[in-house]
Write a protein that binds this ligand. Structure first.
Ligand code: ASP
Length: 439
């Protein structure tokens, strides 16, 4: 039985945090494959090493002096090395980095050094072998992640290895150029490694005890989610849940490996399990509530729309021609509404409207701005009657006017459109009715 353990930046921000990580790894002998992020923030006003590297490299690229900035990064690592009383020096590594910065090795290379150096420290601290991600995480010449070649290469490299540290976030293209994933990408590396070694679980250690039912900025101390399915998480992430990098799901999902989100600062907590499927009944009918503000509704009216074949396609074509993606399309007999992101739509609004007139010849188009969408997600909704009824009576009691309702046929989620100004009230009302008031 093998576990892959990935630690996020806040778990590795200082020597103190490193020590907690060491204890966690030593507490379970199955934790043998470790994927570290770069040191994150030590306190809310601190700067992540990744951001320091980007800023430092920006100076290098402009041909400006970046010595002080590089020294500040060096100091962050030295503080960790000293705090752990390790007998290693990153002096030579920093000489190479300085030279490569001067030679304009690229911002991907620059950012990747955060994980690379932290990986070297982590390997020395644990006495595990260090495997440079540039050798095993591979991208094709177009910069696209090459999952199959990576899987083969990684399997070969890790075969027979007892324990290893593989830095997160980066890999390399065929020509050797270092390439990073998008921000937060160490989550993806962890998942890739878990797939390659066929781990029995992928533990993702962060600074919260799992995924919360709702946003703690809106709900005071919301309860955590014990188990969530990949599908539910996908719905919640899309609507703003920000726990795991979106692309981290795919490699483990295809192997049926569950993800366990854990808290480095509270290792005794069970955290959240992300699984393919489960017979475990969720504690509440709903698993989570997520949402986003900043949508626009484009309402299109045309008498006898219901009888006109191709009307929907023509309307959506006007959005497509202007490069605008749509979120939801609820429709009535003679009306159709298209929900779009306001900031994207704003600049193209008139082109889209004239496009719809040209292509679909509607009677009327009305645009409503400043709307929010809320997703109420739960695998438990399928087998429970009255969920929608409870949601809408809770919203009515809180004086929230519902502008749109959309329930997917999977009965996994209900999407509700409200005014931006009602967003927080609506989320509180839904949370209270399902989680606070237990029926
Ligand atoms: N260090 C990178 C970032 O700050 C990647 C990661 O932490 O996953 O985005």
């Amino acid at each position: 039985m093998k576990k892959v353990v990935k630690f996020g930046g806040s778990s590795l921000a200082s020597a103190e945090q490193f020590k907690k990580v060491g204890e966690i790894i030593h507490a379970d002998q199955e934790r043998k494959f470790v994927v570290p992020s770069a040191p994150g923030k030590r306190d809310p006003d601190d700067t992540k090493v990744t951001d320091m590297l980007y800023a430092c490299y920006a100076l290098a690229e402009e041909g400006k002096d970046f010595k002080a900035q590089l020294q500040a990064i060096k100091d962050r690592y030295q503080e960790i090395i000293d705090g752990l009383k390790l007998d290693i020096s990153l002096e030579d590594e920093f000489k190479v980095i300085e030279k490569n910065f001067k030679e304009k090795a690229g911002d991907n290379y620059a950012a990747s050094r955060g994980e690379y150096l932290n990986g070297i420290i982590m390997a020395a601290y644990l006495g595990f072998e260090f495997v440079d991600a540039a050798e095993v995480i591979l991208f094709d010449q177009n910069g696209e992640f090459d999952s199959e070649t990576t899987n083969t290469k990684l399997k070969e490299r890790l075969a027979g290895m007892e324990a290893a540290v593989i830095p997160g976030f980066y890999g390399a293209c065929e020509d050797g150029r270092v390439k990073t994933f998008s921000r937060g990408g160490s989550d993806i590396t962890g998942s890739i490694v878990a797939r390659a070694i066929k781990a029995n679980v992928y533990e993702n250690w962060t600074d919260v005890s799992g995924i919360l039912i709702a946003d703690p900025h809106i709900i005071y101390k919301p309860e955590g989610i014990e188990t969530v399915t990949y599908k539910e998480l996908r719905e919640l992430s899309y609507m703003g849940f920000n726990v795991l990098h979106e692309d981290a799901i795919f490699p483990v999902r295809r192997e049926g490996i569950p993800i366990n989100i854990r808290n480095t600062n509270a290792p005794e907590d069970n955290g959240t399990w992300i699984v393919e499927s489960t017979c475990q009944k969720p504690k509440y009918v709903i698993t989570g509530i997520a949402g986003k503000k900043g949508f626009c509704a484009v309402n299109i009216d045309k008498d006898m729309m219901n009888a006109e074949i191709g009307f929907g396609r023509k309307v959506l074509q006007a959005f497509e021609e202007n490069g605008i993606s749509f979120e939801h399309v609820p429709s009535g007999i003679d009306t159709m509404t298209v929900f779009v992101h306001q900031d994207e739509f704003m600049h193209k609004e008139q082109q889209v409207v004239s496009g719809i007139h040209r292509l679909a010849e509607p009677d009327r188009i009305e645009i409503e701005a400043d709307l929010a969408l809320i997703a109420v997600v739960g695998r438990g909704m399928k087998s429970t009657r009255g969920t929608a009824g409870r949601i809408f009576s809770a919203l009515a009691h809180s004086n929230v006017n519902v502008k749109m309702i959309d329930q997917g046929s999977s009965e996994l989620n209900i999407i509700i459109g409200v005014a931006n100004s009602d967003f927080e009230t609506a989320i509180k009302a839904i949370y209270d009715i399902f989680v606070q008031i237990r029926i």
